[in-house]
Design a protein around this ligand. Structure first.
Ligand code: C2E
Ligand code: CA
Ligand code: CA
Ligand code: CA
Length: 284
């Protein structure tokens, strides 16, 4: 076996070797990241186009690596998914977010009418959602923390639409039974089996930031956004636009009847003490 290993090594492209090593190292570091408290959540505000008031936060994970500094989820989530580390990571994440919701509710500094109706979106990996224990884990978090499902939105990417619809409908029903809202994330970028969409018990569609980013310059992109918005109206869903960076984008989306807005124009993802300011500030 040793000889075979050596033979493989010889035909290996050296740059691949370096990449494979880096990947292995990332994987082993990630295993410890949870226990060593290196993961943390940031919160980005989502506001109503109509009232300019805070509607919800999107929770986004960050990894404070001891040597490399902050690593983007775009780099380590795929590794977590391939290695199944996504399961313990998501469990940690759901508990952390639930704990934060509870802390906001219990802090008298924040108006009850805001914390009572506040929801936090979390990104659920399709890999995690398909695990047998998924719903059990959700129940475990809700029970242990005593936080109601009505404070959660699960963001699930459009790639879910290529999975077995019956299975997905069943899982989504379970979530809706627990008052958890469901949004299809990155809508318009992927596999669009539109026929399934009306069968799914979802609450909203999130327009991908790639369309929002180009909608002013490109009439084609604008038409995609218009189409998604008229689809959400027809299906009686809420619409969320992400990646709003300019007033022009904001105004156009408002004119087109989009419900909720997210983007650097209003606020970047920040740690909870800073995000908390959104709970006391007057609307924009
Ligand atoms: P996503 O779910 O589509 O999240 C939106 C991304 O857009 C976030 O990047 C956010 O910081 C960024 N963003 C928000 N507003 C703007 C804007 O105005 N302009 C631009 N250019 N970007 C904006 P982030 O936090 O780096 O996350 C990247 C992706 O990693 C997420 O895309 C999501 O797919 C994944 N991810 C992040 N956190 C989690 C998590 O807790 N669990 C899972 N499973 N995936 C996560
Ligand atoms: Ca998302
Ligand atoms: Ca998205
Ligand atoms: Ca995305």
């Amino acid at each position: 076996a040793k000889e075979k290993g050596r033979a493989c090594y010889e035909i290996f492209d050296p740059t691949m070797h370096v990449q494979a090593l880096a990947r292995l190292e990332l994987e082993s570091n990630l295993r410890h990241a949870i226990e060593q408290n290196q993961l943390f959540m940031c919160y980005q505000p989502i506001i109503s186009f109509k009232t300019h008031q805070l509607k919800s936060f999107e929770a986004l994970i960050r990894w404070q690596h001891p040597q490399r500094g902050i690593i983007s989820p775009a780099e380590f989530i795929p590794v977590a998914e391939e290695t199944q580390l996504i399961v313990p990571m998501s469990l940690w994440l759901m508990k952390d977010v639930a704990g934060q919701i509870k802390a906001w509710q219990q802090d008298p500094a924040f108006p009850r009418e805001i914390t009572e109706s506040l929801r936090v979106s979390i990104n659920i990996s399709v890999v995690h959602l398909q695990q047998k224990q998924f719903i059990e884990q959700v129940d475990q978090v809700l029970q242990e923390t005593g936080v109601s499902g009505k404070h959660f939105i699960f963001e699930i990417t459009e790639s879910i639409l290529i999975q077995n619809v019956e299975d997905i409908i069943q899982i989504f029903r379970c979530l809706r039974d627990r008052a958890i809202d469901i949004t299809i994330d990155d809508f318009g970028t992927g596999y669009s089996s539109l026929s399934y969409l009306c069968d799914l018990p979802i609450t909203s569609l999130k327009i991908d930031k790639s369309f929002v980013g180009r909608m002013i310059q490109s009439s084609q992109n604008r038409r995609v956004v218009e189409t998604i918005l008229s689809l959400t109206q027809q299906l009686e869903l809420f619409s969320v636009a992400e990646g709003i960076e300019t007033i022009e984008q904001f105004n156009l989306l408002k004119t087109l009847g989009c419900h909720y807005a997210q983007g650097y124009l209003f606020g970047r993802p920040v740690r909870s003490p800073i995000a908390s300011q959104w709970l006391t500030h007057a609307p924009l």
